[in-house]
Design a protein. Structure first.
Length: 245
């Protein structure tokens, strides 16, 4: 680790749960973030700041003015740019020590390639079709999946390791028949709610990488920003799940 890195990450290295070895592990890690919107923006910011050595950013969309209310990785001059390009510029300016790979199209083939390269995958998409595909690929590659969703004043967060014998996958929680997902385009969202859930996604990803504390495996955290309440419910492995069984 270079002197500049030791200084940059000094407040993290001071933590006995992290230390030099943990920081080096973060530097050596690769994280795939699918979706550079309201969830992916704060996730990517904090993972870059924390020193994740390689971030793979995937999104096919371009920055729109209506995105800027919650997608804080983009700025007004970025309107019209590809989101992954805008995000890369911001992250490299924040931390030039990291590597950032951008993907503007995800197919079944390259999704499998990038998931297999990653130590952790963060899902910040807003539709079940993408979430099911990401989950399936993570189970096949045996890669931990940190999944979050947010709408209006509410959010959900969980870590899925469905490739393990007693752990559920995302599809144990939501069946394909239930594909009627709401999204913020149709229902709205309060900006900081996305920030809270995206930041918690980054936190859980780092905890998974460093094997720290409670990782929310087999549990779903429900966040109600109006009540400022956090509730956790158990998720059982579905013995009939077509993905992890």
């Amino acid at each position: 680790m270079k002197d500049e890195e030791l200084l940059r990450y000094s407040r993290q290295i001071m933590l006995p749960q992290v230390d030099i070895d943990g920081q080096q592990k973060l530097i050596d890690s690769t994280v795939l973030i699918v979706g550079m919107g309201g969830l992916g923006s704060p996730s990517a910011f904090y993972l870059a700041a924390a020193g994740i050595g390689h971030l793979i950013l995937a999104d096919f969309d371009r920055v729109e003015l209506s995105n800027l209310q919650r997608q804080i990785i983009h700025s007004t001059p970025d309107v019209g740019k590809d989101k992954v390009d805008s995000a890369k510029e911001t992250l490299v300016a924040l931390n030039p020590e990291i590597n950032v790979t951008t993907i503007k199209e995800l197919t079944e083939e390259n999704l499998a390639t990038h998931v297999s390269q990653a130590d952790v995958v963060l899902d910040g998409t807003d539709n079940f079709k993408s979430r099911f595909a990401i989950n399936k690929t993570c189970v096949e590659a045996e890669t931990p999946l940190v999944s979050a969703a947010v709408i209006r004043f509410e959010g959900q967060l969980s870590v899925f390791k469905g490739y393990e014998i007693n752990q559920p996958c995302y599809q144990c929680l939501y069946s394909e028949e239930g594909d009627g997902a709401e999204n913020c385009v149709e229902n709205g969202i309060l900006a900081p709610v996305a920030g809270v859930l995206g930041t918690m996604q980054a936190l859980q990803a780092i905890k998974v990488l460093l094997s720290l504390g409670e990782q929310l495996c087999g549990e779903l955290m429900l966040v109600d920003a109006l009540d400022l309440s956090f509730r956790r419910v158990g998720i059982a492995k579905d013995s009939q799940c077509p993905i992890c069984n």
